[in-house]
Design a protein around this ligand. Sequence first.
Ligand SMILES: Cc1cc2nc3c(=O)[nH]c(=O)nc-3n(C[C@H](O)[C@H](O)[C@H](O)COP(=O)(O)O)c2cc1C
Length: 394
Amino acid sequence: MSPVLEIADLKRIARRRVPKLFFDYADSGSWTESTYAANEADFRDIKLRQRVAVDMTNRSVATKMIGRDVSLPIALAPTGLCGMQRADGEILAAQAAEELVIPFTLSTMSICSIEDVAEHTKAPFWFQLYVMRDKDFVRSLIDRARTAGCSALVLTLDLQILGQRHKDLRNGLTAPPRLTPKHLWQMATSPVWVAAMAKTQRRTFRNIVGHAKGVSDMSALHSWTAEQFDPQLSWSDVEWIKDYWGGPLILKGILDPEDARMAINTGADAIIVSNHGGRQLDGAASSIRVLPEIVEAVGDKIEIHFDGGIRSGQDILKAKCLGAKGAYVGRPYLYGLGAFGKDGVHKMYDILKTELDITMALCGERDIENMGRHNLYSVFGEKVEHGPAASSAA
Ligand SMILES: Cc1cc2nc3c(=O)[nH]c(=O)nc-3n(C[C@H](O)[C@H](O)[C@H](O)COP(=O)(O)O)c2cc1C
């Protein structure tokens, strides 16, 4: 077997091991997938500034995200159906995150429930909330997250209507999968996945089934989720949710400076510059493309997090240099899980950390906290001006 050296290797192995309908669910964007592609491609238009003859010893890549120590400036992004990439996927990813000293964010639409993850981990995790029409259910999710010791609430603002992903429709995606001949064949050719799945009972949306009114089985769940996301979500909802939760709040899905300014008025602790991994508004700008203007608009007033298209440690550094305090990774850890379970999440982290650390050294820096625009040569074709005092390496 060829060695696993980069995130693309984990993706290649996950593609072989995970049934096609679930692999496709991760590896898809909405409609033409142009925003999904741009999220990755636009990183290539940012060039790094190489420095030489600088002391490279004793490097540190640790920092903080909303005051929490992180060994690398990353968090695991909330991803629905994570437990379908690998049995008990959310528990395995949360355990890996705990071991690696990075935050894990559990999606509302997870397979393992808030309680399942809390039972199998010690480090507090973050909970991602979707706002439903049924406000009693929203409050009950917040209550459950509080009881489970979650230390931040990540409120997603960009999915009140679902962006259409052609692959999911063509594949007839459900969780658990309907046992059509096509799906049975996909599972028969994924023996590692089946063996793990056979050992768990966690195969449906356990934050919802048995908790939301009238949802006790799969057929009820389908119609419930289709109807439940609240299309009237507004900034005043953000305010009551902030008050009801009472803890650190992160607003996810900000892609416009004007929305970033609105986010500040809510008193949230951080925003995530994100387009949902290119899964919602196809044709929207890539996250990295809009990061500089959002940093310019609100960077001194709120902590800015980033996600979308991170596929290497260099990408994390570029986002950091442009003003993000930290970045979330979605698909990279799902590929890790699908390829090797918990070990795959560790592998993903090792790959990103090594790439980031070596890049930082070759940029002439020893502490990630010191990295900034002065470490960039150009941003989307525009050369960065470097005054003599601007570089900590000079
Ligand atoms: C398979 C998958 C499921 C996702 N589910 C959710 C979700 O339930 N809630 C949410 O806020 N974001 C969700 N996202 C978006 C991620 O949190 C994140 O914004 C995105 O994955 C970042 O892009 P990347 O995958 O290129 O790292 C999902 C993304 C993927 C790939």
